[in-house]
Design a protein around this ligand. Structure first.
Ligand code: G6P
Length: 482
């Protein structure tokens, strides 16, 4: 039993929302996100690990989730090992280096990127706290899967203590071209890349991101990257593309879900315009929210015949509010919404309905299935799962997706109207094309997109990644035997 192979997931976020009742009783609410369910399915099927084995998950937390004497928190699926990082360090790590350096540079915003030495040191320290805790836990045969840019140094830190371990790393955001990446100080470039190639398999959402990463490895570290395997002394590292997806069936079922039907009825009373355009995003400058509003304003300006007949419902989910740029953006956004409604609205018609809050699953389902058009226009987005979710909910095969060509998802969703979000003329033309598209064309386009997501859903994504990790590990062993 003791040498059973274990799956260890490492991510900045833990898979539970932890709350406390008035009585002090702790309540663990398991996240329903795609990654969590996909990882669970691995355990349920028992393909990779012993059947129904609990999954170990290391993630950042404040100490209050632990009760006296505890070092871990578990439910029926996960054993969560909280990685405690004190507040000041976490601020410099998470708000600082993660979200004021790596996030903006990776999304092509050099002018928003901070190059702060202390933040970088905090990032190294925080990654080290994760590493120390995992190094003390890991045993031969375990498989460690590290998620995302908050932990780029971690694979290297685990590798140095565990030369034979099976370690995967997945980068969920874009990897910028070398010309952008090189703006970081050379020491940071070197350490971040060396950290990532501590993994056996480094995964990205698109071939472009994989290629940009390989190019940086070649330029900065000097390794031969002509093949997708990087040969480094004593080891092979595979770099490959796995476009993340969603739980397709779960979203397909939403259309006829009683809770969703109820919400749809309720919302229909307020969304009584002839056509509904819908968007939902986290608050983020990379999501193109201002450009979207500018494009919609231009559309209203150019096509007055659509006044009173169309409404844009824009849901913005609060995110990273303590970071100045995010708070500033919220103001900018609210100003733009006010300007558009003030300029074009009438007593009975608000062109933009703007909500700054998160949605329940039923509300999301109702809004996806009510939309005539989904307007998803990030300036840069690693993948964008909203686009895939919208498509999957449309069992009625109606609705049109307008999607930015700068979203990773645009490479798969070939039935979308693809636009460049900075080009307000194209955006307005796309809105017209979508509003006037006949039902037959809507169905054809939806079908093409659904066919893709149904085949490559989140479960396939996870399986695919795990299979590759096994394959590269075997290759590794052959390489060592030579
Ligand atoms: C993106 C990142 C994730 C991150 C999420 C939410 O999708 O790739 O790693 O967890 O945004 O952002 P937050 O800062 O709230 O974790």
């Amino acid at each position: 039993m003791n040498d059973e192979k274990r799956l260890i997931i490492v991510a900045y976020r833990i898979p539970f929302k932890v709350t406390f009742k008035e009585s002090g009783e702790r309540v663990l609410q398991q996240n329903s996100g795609g990654l969590v369910s996909a990882i669970l399915s691995l355990a349920e099927k028992g393909d990779v690990f012993g059947k129904n084995q609990k999954i170990h998950w290391f993630g950042y937390s404040t100490p209050d989730i632990l009760q006296e004497g505890e070092t871990q928190v578990e439910n029926e699926n996960f054993i969560v090992h909280p990685v405690l990082i004190e507040d000041a360090l976490n601020d410099a790590y998470y708000e600082g280096f993660c979200n004021s350096t790596i996030w903006p540079i990776s999304h092509y915003y050099p002018y928003l990127t901070s190059f702060n030495e202390e933040d970088y040191e905090a990032y190294v320290k925080a990654n080290k706290i994760f590493a120390d805790q995992i190094n003390a836990f890991i045993r031969p045969g375990d498989m460690v899967w590290i998620q995302d840019y908050q932990l780029m140094l971690l694979p290297g830190m685990l590798r140095s203590e565990n030369p034979d371990a099976s370690i995967g790393y997945f980068h969920h955001i874009p990897f910028a071209t070398f010309e952008i990446f090189r703006l970081l100080p050379k020491q940071w470039q070197t350490e971040l890349l060396k950290g990532m190639i501590g993994a056996d398999l480094v995964g990205f959402h698109t071939n472009d991101y994989s290629q940009y990463f390989l190019r940086s490895v070649q330029r900065v570290l000097g390794y031969d990257t002509t093949a997708r395997d990087i040969s480094i002394p004593n080891r092979i590292v595979r770099v490959d593309t796995f476009p993340i997806s969603i739980d397709y069936n779960k979203f397909q079922e939403l259309y006829n879900d009683p809770g969703v039907i109820e919400k749809r009825k309720e919302f229909l009373k307020d969304l009584s315009a002839e056509k509904n355009i819908f968007s939902v995003d986290r608050l983020d400058y990379s999501k193109g929210l201002i450009h979207r509003l500018n494009g919609f304003e231009y559309f209203l300006d150019q096509y007055p015949q659509w006044h009173t007949r169309v409404v844009l419902t824009m849901i913005v989910v609060p995110s990273r509010e303590t970071i100045l740029k995010y708070a500033e953006m919220k103001h900018e956004l609210e100003e733009a919404v006010g300007r558009i409604n003030g300029k074009y609205g009438t007593l009975g018609w608000r062109p933009v309905i703007y909500l700054y809050r998160s949605l329940s699953f039923e509300e999301l389902g109702a809004l996806y299935t009510l939309a005539d058009v989904a307007l998803i226009t990030p300036i840069r987005d690693g993948m964008n799962l909203v686009a895939k979710e919208f498509v999957a909910t449309r069992t009625d095969k109606k609705g049109v997706l307008i999607l930015s060509e700068m979203a990773g998802a645009s490479l798969e969703l070939n039935g979308a109207i693809l636009i460049n979000p900075t080009d307000k003329r194209t955006l307005a033309a796309a809105i017209i094309q979508a509003l006037t598209m006949d039902e037959q064309e809507q169905t054809q386009r939806m079908q093409m997109m659904q066919d893709r997501i149904r085949v490559y859903d989140i479960f396939k994504w996870t399986e695919d990644y795990m299979d590759q990790l096994d394959i590269i590990k075997l290759k590794q062993m052959e390489f060592e035997e030579k």
